[in-house]
Design a protein around this ligand. Structure first.
Ligand code: SAM
Length: 262
């Protein structure tokens, strides 16, 4: 099934999705004692927001994603940043048994950034232990909350505008909410992992272009407005949001870490 992450969406992702803070990368590395001998698998790597900085901590990373356009973007972006120890593989969560038979029980961390809601996490956590080395683990990471779910006047105005435009108010939290984290933590524990959590809070002021780019990047490619309609659409959005400037976004970064107990 095409999930709509190809084509222009991969460009929008690359341009407008923020990377993870260095504290998060350090916290994952420390939790699993990652070092220069380690391998990391980043599932649902997208354009490499998590895979590329993780690669600086370890020997090599395999970024796995079903969308070839995301992987092509990830590869060029990593090389532009001087990172060449990432292999980019077309694949998905159900390929974990294959990776296990290729790599054995030698992986330091399985990371999943903003992507677990697309996967069967129960099956994933049940199979992940077989490829993790002792002391290694799973990191389920989220990077902020959707623009339309912020607790602010501009975000409420955005929700109302989206309701008019799409005919339905977006409610999807994309796995970034506390309930989802709780479910992931319980499932990790049930599969023999020791769980801890990381919380890093910050705020960021968005300009209008980043707000629109972030919004478009969260649509599937078939729902993107045609280029010739965008100027009018964006003018309407601008006038809806303008009274609520500045667009200050809360960026709660969260990680549920499951360490393999031996
Ligand atoms: C929201 S992006 C996250 C990108 C990046 N990891 C980040 O943290 O920003 C979600 C990614 O998950 C990928 N994806 C969707 N279903 C997947 C699956 N079953 N297995 C692996 N990746 C999947 C999509 O192609 C997309 O690139």
């Amino acid at each position: 099934m095409d999930l709509g992450f190809g084509g222009e969406i991969s460009d929008l992702y690359h341009r407008f999705r923020r990377g993870y803070p260095p504290e998060l990368i350090r916290a994952v590395a420390e939790a699993f004692s990652l070092g220069g001998d380690d391998l990391v698998i980043d599932l649902g790597c997208g354009t490499g927001q998590l895979a590329t900085p993780m690669a600086r901590q370890v020997r090599a990373v395999i970024g796995v994603d079903p969308e070839p356009d995301m992987l092509a973007r990830a590869r060029s972006a990593a090389l532009e940043q001087g990172v060449s120890n990432v292999g980019w593989m077309v694949g998905k969560d159900t390929d974990l048994p294959l990776l296990q038979s290729l790599l054995g029980e030698r992986v330091g961390a399985l990371t999943i950034g903003q992507a677990l809601h697309w996967m069967d996490h129960e099956t994933l956590f049940a199979t992940a232990g077989a490829l993790l080395r002792p002391g290694g683990g799973i990191a389920v990471v989220s990077n902020g909350i959707p623009l339309w779910l912020q607790d602010s006047d501009w975000s409420r105005a955005l929700r109302a505008w989206l309701q008019d435009w799409l005919g339905a108010g977006p409610t999807n939290s994309c796995g970034t909410d506390e309930d989802a984290r709780q479910r992931y933590a319980e499932s990790m524990i049930a599969n023999g992992f020791e769980v801890s959590q990381v919380k890093i809070d910050s705020t960021e002021e968005l300009d209008f272009d980043h707000l629109v780019g972030g919004l478009y990047s969260s649509l599937s490619v078939d729902r993107l407005p045609p280029p010739e309609e965008r100027a009018e659409l964006e003018a309407s959005l601008r006038s809806a949001l303008d009274p609520h400037r500045p667009y200050v976004e809360d960026v709660p970064v969260r990680a549920v870490l499951g360490t393999k107990i031996t």
